[in-house]
Ligand binder design. Structure first.
Ligand code: MIC
Ligand code: SF4
Length: 649
């Protein structure tokens, strides 16, 4: 039987398991990378496992998120990451070198390989024909220590592309926004999106990467493109032609589902506040005043995207009422646009150039003002993520953004009277690897430097057989990890300090959460009740570790987002599912729930009776944990489980 690309890659890396949807499958991983905001935990956990060198062919530690150095905390983290990478045999990408996904695409992404990254936008590498999956830090740490990676085999969806984009004003960003409009932020849960069809030929690797990057917003496990002549062109321009292999599905390959997209029918699209799937045409919002425009992020900051933006801005002036911020995705891109005078065109037009990092995307500076409208070429517009709770953040393509910056309002870029030539990727990239420090053979003299804000990772006690806990919050659908564990310049510096960061859990939803959780901890702990797709968004395991630290024992939801579900398990919090969704509405904040025979039920029928003795109601919840996940939770999490040798490391 013909195989699709996903099956081919998994088959070539399989250690055991099946490839039918729902089967657990364990694979050998070729590449693991971390970024600083999740990486300090990942590396502390790696250290706690007690291995003397990484046991994957390639490991890279990036620094790109926590770049504002308003005190010692972020630079201390950078130094920790630099020294620990040196100690354990990983590459280190220095601060300022660029956003992990963009730099990884340029320097390391390879067709047919499997990569894990401690960031939800790791699927960017899917544009290169790599199976690139976002994971929590502890999953990355155990894989770096030599364990195979386990996933539950997703459904593989064929996204069949035909036609050609109406360049230059219609871009890959508009394609993924259109897919989000159709499928929603839940549309990809439990699925891998495999792109194919004649339209693939129209897209450069960096454009494909924009689409796979934002597959994260669909909730998809990952997204992947074939590796073809265009992939070879990109790799040749990047000086890595020898990394190329062809990759395409067999004739007769099977898919669980098929979606057809005609590229020529796509028009400029825009996501409205406060969700990336709240998508409409740009035209329909014509005339809306814009206060801020941000261009860049891991979604849209390739050389090609920046060149197009520079051409729009050239000879023009940013509107009086607009702040335009640009963060090129990597030092390489920044260096190239500087050498070619494109950065000068941006500056002359009035752009504020930021360093190559995540910046405003994660609220690290560049927050909009109160009630302001900010349009960004980024991937997430969750409420408050920009750093300003009452701002209105929209998402659009880099060229649409550039036009809005000039006009001061949303306008269909095709009708703005601006000339723009379609631009393709360069024949040769400027290759400067001086900011990527390769692993050393002899690491005996390396001392890992830990600043005073870097605290040990807390570990939970084994799972209790009776959970008696207070409902701390009852929430609706699509709760994001930004809701659970906010980011931004005030919170992110505490990523290496769980006691300190736990004060911010659910801060934007309920100021009193951490105080109430601490009180409840003394009397048995807390329970969180969620709706569908609980924990969508980022890979930050702090959204699990900090609640665990505050005594949360279980989360009961209608369904979970993949990475957050794994993070809960990895830190010993039991994820439970409503048997009947209607029970969600009966529960109230403050209810005291009792679940008995937890371990027996986990080992048996996986149905748990939940009682509320004071209100005398009961309902049932279930568990979908597989064998390994069950054993991990029972031990209190993946760290104690791995330390006992259960992961084979
Ligand atoms: C994000 O875009 O939300 C982040 C910040 O990159 C996160 C990782 C983190 O919270 O550190 C992600 O996407 O996984
Ligand atoms: Fe950085 Fe934003 Fe990309 Fe996350 S989504 S990796 S914060 S640029």
């Amino acid at each position: 039987m013909g195989k699709n690309i996903v099956e081919k890659i998994l088959e070539a890396h399989k250690v055991y398991g099946g490839l039918k949807p729902g089967d657990p499958v364990r694979v050998k991983v070729d590449q693991v990378y971390t970024q600083d905001a999740t990486g300090t935990m990942a590396w502390l956990q790696f250290e706690a496992i007690g291995i003397d060198r990484v046991r994957v062919p390639l490991a890279v530690s990036y620094v790109d998120h926590n770049m504002i150095q308003s005190d010692y905390m972020n630079p201390d983290d950078h130094m920790f990451l630099q020294t620990i990478a040196a100690k354990y045999g990983a590459y280190f990408s220095r601060p300022g070198n660029g956003i992990c996904h963009q730099v990884h695409l340029e320097q390391f992404a390879t067709p047919g390989k499997i990569a894990l990254g401690t960031d939800s936008h790791t699927p960017t590498g899917g544009g290169m024909g790599m199976l690139a999956i976002g994971v929590g830090g502890l999953d990355a740490a155990t894989v770096m220590a030599g364990a195979p990676f386990e996933i539950t085999m997703p459904h593989v969806v064929k996204v069949n592309l035909k036609g050609k984009l109406n360049r230059p004003w219609v871009t890959a960003m508009d394609v993924i926004l259109e897919i989000l409009r159709r499928l929603s932020v839940k549309g990809g849960v439990g699925k891998i999106m495999e792109y194919g069809g004649p339209g693939v030929r129209d897209l450069d690797v960096t454009e494909r990467a924009t689409i796979t990057n934002m597959g994260a917003e669909l909730g998809a496990t990952t997204s992947v493109f074939p590796s073809d002549r265009r992939t070879l062109l990109y790799l040749s321009a990047a000086g890595r032609a020898s990394d190329w292999t062809e990759l395409s599905p067999d004739k007769g390959a099977r898919y669980s589902e098929r979606i057809d997209i005609d590229l020529s029918s796509i028009e400029p699209m825009i996501a409205q506040p406060h969700s990336p799937d709240n998508v409409v045409t740009v035209k329909s919002l014509s005339g809306k005043k814009v206060d801020q425009v941000c261009i860049g992020s891991c979604t849209n900051s390739s050389y090609q995207a920046m060149k197009a933006v520079a051409s729009v801005l050239k000879g023009n002036t940013v509107s009086e009422g607009v702040n335009l911020l640009i963060n090129p995705g990597s030092r390489q891109v920044h260096e190239m646009i500087s050498r070619e005078g494109l950065a000068s065109d941006m500056i002359a037009a009035g752009a504020r150039m930021l360093e190559s990092s995540c910046g405003p995307c994660i609220g690290m500076g560049g927050a909009p003002g109160s009630d302001q409208v900010s349009v960004r070429s980024y991937n997430r517009n969750f409420k408050g993520r920009s750093g300003t709770k009452d701002a209105f953040v929209y998402l659009a393509s880099p060229v649409s953004c550039a036009v809005f910056a000039l006009r001061g309002e949303i306008v269909d870029p095709r009708e703005a009277g601006i000339e723009l030539k379609a631009s393709r990727g360069p024949k040769k990239y400027v290759i400067n690897r001086s900011f990527i420090m390769p692993p050393k053979a002899d690491t005996s003299a390396v001392r890992v430097i830990k600043g005073p804000n870097i605290k040990d990772v807390p570990v939970k006690e084994p799972l209790r057989d009776t959970i008696e806990a207070v409902v701390l919050l009852r929430l609706g659908d699509n709760i994001t990890t930004d809701d659970i564990m906010p980011a931004g310049s005030k919170v992110l510096p505490f990523r290496s300090n769980i006691p300190a960061i736990s004060e911010f859990v659910f801060k934007n939803i309920d100021e009193s959460f951490s105080g109430r959780a601490k009180e409840a901890k003394a009397g048995g702990g807390g329970i969180i009740v969620g709706g569908d797709n609980y924990g969508q968004g980022s890979s930050r395991e702090h959204a699990a570790i900090a609640p665990m630290y505050l005594g949360v024992q279980a989360v009961i939801a209608k369904s979970f987002a993949r990475i957050h579900r794994s993070n809960l398990i990895n830190f010993g919090i039991l994820p439970l599912l409503f048997r009947s969704a209607g029970d969600h509405d009966r529960i109230e904040k403050g209810d005291r729930l009792v679940i008995r025979d937890v371990i027996g039920s986990l080992n048996g029928g996986r149905v748990f009776k939940v009682e509320d003795p004071t209100k005398s109601y009961t309902f049932e919840v279930t568990s979908d944990l597989n064998e390994r996940e069950k054993n991990v939770v029972i031990k209190g999490g993946l760290l104690p489980f791995t330390r006992q040798g259960s992961e084979g490391v």
